[in-house]
Design a protein around this ligand. Structure first.
Ligand code: MIC
Ligand code: SF4
Length: 645
């Protein structure tokens, strides 16, 4: 049977289940990545499994998010991660080296392999024909331990590309176009597989940028074939041996097909405060004055982008009143841009160059001023994520950022004349500062160095048969994990200290959530559609669980958040009749009897008694998920299974 590329990689890694869309499957995982904001917890979880060493082909621990050193917490966590990597056989990428996805693409990605990462933009490496997916830290810890990664087998949407991007139209415009078409929940349960003659016109970094922001569609993954362009990219990195040609078989079928004529795309941007509020840059001139522009993030900071900006600013100045910040994606890109003369051009134009890393994308510095507009080449702009309440963040590709930096307003780059020719990437591989895994005997001697901010991992009891829950909060559609477990410079250093972090749960929406949840436990949160979209942070499940939230009831859940809820024993429930959403309010008591028996018996629905009468609720959990939920979460389940064995 003719297979598409996604089906081929799934078939080659199938550990459990039948690979039919919607069925639960387990996949063998070749590589994992973690970053510091989610990785410390993932490392503690791996430690809890009490194994001598990781079992993957490659696992890498990156330090890229928590870069500010305002006190001991972030540097302590980095020291712990470095010792964890040395002890258990991971590569370690120290702070200053760059953003995990940019680094993984150049150093480790290989066509045909599977990758999961504790970061939602892990699909970036789909640009090199990997099946790369975001996951919660506990799932990544389990994969490092050699367990399969469980997910619902996705539908595969073929995205047929024809033509070629016009001058000043960037790869970012391809994905912004798709976001406009499909919205932030349009990719749910799907992998987007790019194909057609337009593929060969895109470089590997451009393909990766498109795959990266597939996360904003809620997609399970995004993938491009591997071809001569992939080969040259790998060879330039000294990794030609990793190349294999890979594409869908002739005549392979897709569950759905989309067509994009690249010639027809124009410069786009996403308006505040959702990546799918997309409109054309043209027509906005003079309308949106800017005080800040940032070129950076995993989706917009490689060598070619930095050089396009630098060459475009040659003999020009950044508009008065605009701060233009550059956050290089990697040390290598920064060194390449410097070697090609870009650094001098940027400095002469008045730009400020920061260290490689996530920085303002996750509110680790670079917060915009009150009441100002900020334009960023980042993947997401959820409300308040920049660190400033009521922020107005616009997202775009590098050409729009360049034109706007010169004018001081959001501008269409097509008025800039001929685009500059970017010189080929200088070879700057020696700039990389990756630390190799240690051999086993040496590794066993390494002492783990935990700082005082690392709190013991909380233990959770098994699920009770009867639940009498109080609705602690009711929220609307498209609630992000940035609402549930906010990021930013104040909170991120607490990611390895759940008691401290839990005080901030839902803080952007409701300052008293944590104290109310603790006082009224066990609790329930009621949500709308696409609940938990955005980042992979398992803290958005773990911290509410710590506050006594036992169940979440929504109209629909985002994929990674759903998996995280199950991993920490929070029962995910759906309204059988979505109109019942209107019948529940904060403070209501919801009683569900016999939930453990319902899970064990495979029941698809349970009845809940509420002040508005009885309601039917659907249990959104597969056969394996039900065991995890009954045990009180994945770690409890693993412990129970290993005792039984
Ligand atoms: C993000 O872009 O939201 C993050 C910060 O990279 C998160 C991970 C985190 O919360 O640590 C993600 O994308 O998963
Ligand atoms: Fe870092 Fe932003 Fe990319 Fe998340 S989206 S990995 S915070 S650069």
């Amino acid at each position: 049977m003719a297979l598409n590329l996604t089906q081929k990689i799934i078939a080659a890694h199938l550990a459990e289940g039948t690979p039919l869309p919607g069925q639960e499957i387990g996949l063998a995982i070749d590589q994992t990545l973690t970053q510091d904001a989610t990785g410390t917890m993932a490392a503690l979880e791996f430690e809890a499994l009490r194994l001598p060493r990781i079992s993957t082909e490659i696992s890498v621990s990156y330090a890229d998010h928590n870069l500010l050193q305002a006190d001991f917490k972030n540097p302590d966590d980095h020291r712990y991660l470095r010792s964890f990597a040395a002890r258990y056989g991971l590569w370690f990428s120290p702070p200053g080296n760059g953003i995990c996805h940019q680094l993984h693409l150049i150093n480790f990605a290989r066509p045909g392999a599977t990758l999961i990462g504790s970061d939602s933009h892990t699909p970036h490496c789909g640009g090199l024909a990997m099946l790369a997916m975001g996951a919660g830290g506990l799932d990544v810890a389990a994969a490092m331990a050699g367990y399969p990664f469980y997910l619902l087998c996705p539908q595969v949407v073929g995205v047929h590309l024809s033509g070629r991007l016009a001058p000043w139209v960037s790869a970012k415009d391809i994905i912004l176009h798709l976001l406009k078409l499909l919205t932030v929940k349009g990719g749910l349960g799907r992998v987007l597989e790019y194909c057609g003659p337009g593929v060969s016109t895109l470089s590997v970094p451009e393909r990766a940028a498109v795959c990266n922001m597939g996360a904003e569609l809620g997609a399970t993954g995004s993938i491009f074939p591997s071809d001569e362009t992939s080969k040259s990219f790998l060879e330039a990195q000294g990794r030609g041996g990793a190349y294999v040609p890979l594409a869908a078989d002739k005549g392979a079928a897709y569950d759905e097909m989309l067509e994009i004529d690249l010639n027809s795309l124009v410069p786009l941007l996403a308006c505040p405060s959702s990546p799918d509020k997309v409109r054309e840059a043209a027509g906005l001139e003079e309308k949106i004055p800017l005080e800040q522009i940032i070129v950076g993030s995993c989706a917009g900071s490689n060598y070619e982008e930095l050089m396009t900006l630098a060459l475009g600013l040659e003999n020009k100045k950044v508009a008065p009143g605009v701060s233009l910040y550059i956050n290089p994606g990697s040390r290598q890109a920064l060194a390449q841009m410097t070697a090609a003369g870009g650094m001098e051009l940027l400095l002469r134009a008045g730009a400020t160059v920061f260290q490689p890393g996530c920085l303002g994308c996750i509110g680790m510095s670079q917060a915009p001023a009150t009441g100002s507009n900020s334009l960023r080449t980042f993947p997401r702009n959820f409300p308040g994520r920049s660190g400033t309440k009521d922020d107005a963040v616009y997202l775009c590709g590098t050409p729009v950022a360049l034109a706007s930096a010169i004018s001081g307003y959001i501008s269409d780059p097509r008025g800039l004349g001929e685009p500059p020719q970017t010189p080929p990437r200088p070879d700057m591989r020696e700039a990389e500062a990756l630390i190799h895994p240690l051999p086993l005997e040496e590794a066993a001697q390494v002492e783990l160095r935990r700082g005082p901010n690392i709190a013991p991992y909380p233990d959770f009891p098994a699920l009770s048969e009867d639940l009498s829950l109080t609705v602690i909060l009711k929220v609307g559609d498209n609630i992000t994990t940035d609402h549930i477990a906010p990021a930013g410079a104040e909170v991120l250093p607490l990611r390895s200290n759940i008691p401290a972090l839990s005080r901030y749960v839902f803080a952007p929406l409701d300052k008293d959530f944590a104290s109310r949840a603790l006082a009224n436990a066990p609790g329930l949160v009621v949500g709308g559609e696409n609940y938990g979209q955005g980042s992979s942070r398992e803290h958005a499940a773990l911290a509410p669980r710590y506050l006594g939230i036992n169940a979440k009831l929504a109209k629909s859940f985002a994929r990674i958040h759903l998996a995280n809820l199950i991993n920490f024993g929070i029962v995910p429930l759906l309204f059988a009749d979505k109109n019942d959403y209107d019948r529940l309010d904060a403070g209501d008591k919801v009683v569900i009897k016999g939930i453990v028996s319902a899970l064990a018996g495979g029941a698809e629905r349970v009845e809940a008694q509420t002040p508005a009468g009885n309601m039917l609720l659907l249990i959104q959990a597969g056969a394996r998920d039900r065991k995890l939920l009954a045990a009180g979460g994945l770690l409890n389940h693993i412990r129970l299974s290993s005792h039984a064995a």
